[in-house]
Design a protein around this ligand. Structure first.
Ligand SMILES: Nc1ncnc2c1ncn2[C@@H]1O[C@H](COP(=O)(O)OP(=O)(O)OP(=O)(O)O)[C@@H](O)[C@H]1O
Length: 242
């Protein structure tokens, strides 16, 4: 993705029955940043991601992609969505799946590389590449999902709790990978792990009371940061904060 880019969310609303989950979530995300989306269990992080991709239709609100000053509606094809629970065909090997993925997306791949190059990128061992996905660990399936978007490089990457399934070594590798690609993307990932957010993210956004609230990023590495976040998250009704 060349040049400047932004994703603008305007008043996204979503209810399930009479439960209002998103109550007009608005925010502008900029290319080149990794955003940590923090929120308590059930605050609506997954719902927000689902509304941005085509998993759910919001009740109201709009999402826009601005590229080089041109504003268009955000489309599902602009988004790479790494689910918390990976959905992959169990009956294919990792290699077969990536080959298939590259075939069906060949129009989107600007600089295709051999399949083994991609496996090397996320450090999936040679002997695992030709095993059925059915036998892959949760973390390996997450790696494959992430890898898909490393191949097609959509402008926006949504990662739902992506690093929690990785062991410490893999999590570190994935963090490095995200840092390497971030200059070309808008990366938003949801997490419960505050330390992960402060460690990897350039900006923190909190989903509380159905709204998105930025947190002053200059605070990110300060002692008060954790207290501030907890204070916001504790306020379940989403009243006004200082
Ligand atoms: N399809 C659905 N039908 C009814 N209620 C739903 C549906 N999807 C989500 N919800 C409700 O919406 C609220 C927000 O759920 P969501 O999964 O978006 O939260 P979350 O912030 O991702 O939570 P967690 O951190 O626990 O993963 C919850 O109360 C959930 O029960």
């Amino acid at each position: 993705m060349e040049g400047q880019a932004q994703v603008i969310l305007e008043g996204i609303q979503k209810s399930f029955g009479d439960k209002e989950v998103l109550k007009g979530a608005s925010f502008t995300f900029e290319k080149g940043n990794i955003y940590g989306l923090l929120g308590r269990n059930g605050s609506g992080k997954t719902t927000l991601f689902n509304c941005l991709s085509d998993e759910l239709t919001p009740d109201a609100g709009k999402a826009w992609l601005v590229q080089n000053g041109e504003r268009k509606e955000l489309l599902p094809s602009d988004i790479g969505y790494v689910f918390a629970t990976p959905i992959l065909p169990d009956f294919l090997t990792g290699y077969e799946f990536l080959k298939f993925y590259m075939d069906i997306n060949k129009d989107k791949i600007t600089d295709p590389k051999p399949i083994d190059f991609y496996f090397d990128l996320v450090k999936i061992e040679k002997e695992d590449r030709h095993r059925l996905i059915k036998g892959y660990s949760h973390g390996m399936k997450n790696k494959i999902q992430l890898l898909c978007y490393m191949i097609t490089r959509p402008p926006i990457m949504l990662l739902d709790e992506p690093l929690t399934s990785f062991d410490v070594v893999v999590a570190l590798e994935m963090k490095q990978l995200l840092r390497e690609i971030k200059k070309d993307h808008i990366i938003i990932f949801s997490t419960h792990i505050l330390q992960l957010a402060t460690d990897l993210c350039d900006e923190i956004v909190v989903l509380t009371g159905g709204q998105l609230e930025p947190v002053d990023s200059s605070m990110l590495h300060s002692k008060e940061f954790e207290e501030k976040i907890i204070e916001i998250l504790k306020d379940e009704d989403g009243h006004e904060h200082q």
